[in-house]
Design a protein around this ligand. Structure first.
Ligand code: ZN
Ligand code: ZN
Length: 254
């Protein structure tokens, strides 16, 4: 499994961190973890095969995670690069994903559901197991962030695994969910004294890292409060393992 960080930031405009999007490649295809507004162009900027993208995972309906989905579908509907595409494209997300997209579609009469290729929205429940790509199993966990928000565990048939928390408050259930995972991709919105309960700050993220027994940790969804902080060094104070700071453009073999 290979990961490219497209957006390590949040809804707050930032010169070096665009909003949430992480690109995953396996032997059988490609998957985008959340589709922020900037993600649509970040895929092209990083030279990723956006026209061949197989699936998008929507973790929840905050616009820094889903704001690019309708624009992306507007692009694929009309772009020369997707005119000849026939392989299916799937959007996976919590209950309500299709309604959200249909409402947006109806507001402008865009015809987003009529694509040159088969397109489906597949809604998944918490604790569901499903196939995201051939040989890539997804499992979900409800998280304390919004009523629909879900964390996603990916288990590839080559044996590698990744957990993407997306936005979440603190719950030890996430540590069990990410047990011994190869890469624990955690949100870590704030350094310390977080202003809201429904996100994580550093010591909480590191506590989850420790409890999970994850091989490596990547911290993403970083608010501008993190600017100028040596994140791996600060993380070491709470957990001994390898912590990677997500940066836009970073590529990693999981
Ligand atoms: Zn967010
Ligand atoms: Zn959110």
């Amino acid at each position: 499994m290979r990961l490219t960080v497209l957006g390590s930031g949040t809804s707050v405009p930032h010169p070096r961190r665009s909003a949430s999007a992480h690109w995953v490649e396996t032997e059988s295809g490609t998957l985008l973890l959340d589709c922020s507004g900037p993600a649509v162009h970040r895929m092209a900027e990083e030279g990723r095969d956006w026209a061949g993208l197989d699936a998008v995972w929507v973790s929840h309906f905050h616009l820094d995670h889903v704001g690019g989905l309708a624009p992306f579908l507007f692009g694929t509907k009309h772009a020369p690069q997707t005119r000849g595409r026939r392989k299916p494209f799937n959007v996976f997300g919590p209950r309500g994903t299709e309604k959200l997209l249909r409402r947006f579609d109806e507001a402008g009469g865009y015809g987003l559901f009529e694509q040159p290729f088969p397109f489906e929205v597949k809604e998944v429940a918490p604790r569901a197991e499903f196939e995201l790509l051939p040989g890539l199993k997804g499992t979900t966990l409800s998280t304390p962030h919004t009523s629909e928000s879900l964390a996603l565990r990916l288990d590839d048939r080559d044996g590698t695994s990744l957990v993407y928390t997306s936005d979440t408050g603190y719950t030890e259930a996430l540590a069990g969910f990410a047990r011994a995972v190869d890469l624990f991709l955690l949100e870590c919105s704030f350094f310390r004294e977080k202003p809201v309960k429904l996100h994580l700050e550093l010591f909480e993220a590191m506590e989850l890292a420790r409890l999970s027994g994850a091989n490596r940790v990547m911290l993403s969804h970083l608010y501008p409060e993190w600017d100028g902080v040596d994140i791996p060094a600060e993380a070491k104070r709470f957990w001994d393992g390898e912590t990677i700071e997500a940066r836009d453009g970073l590529r990693l073999e999981v």
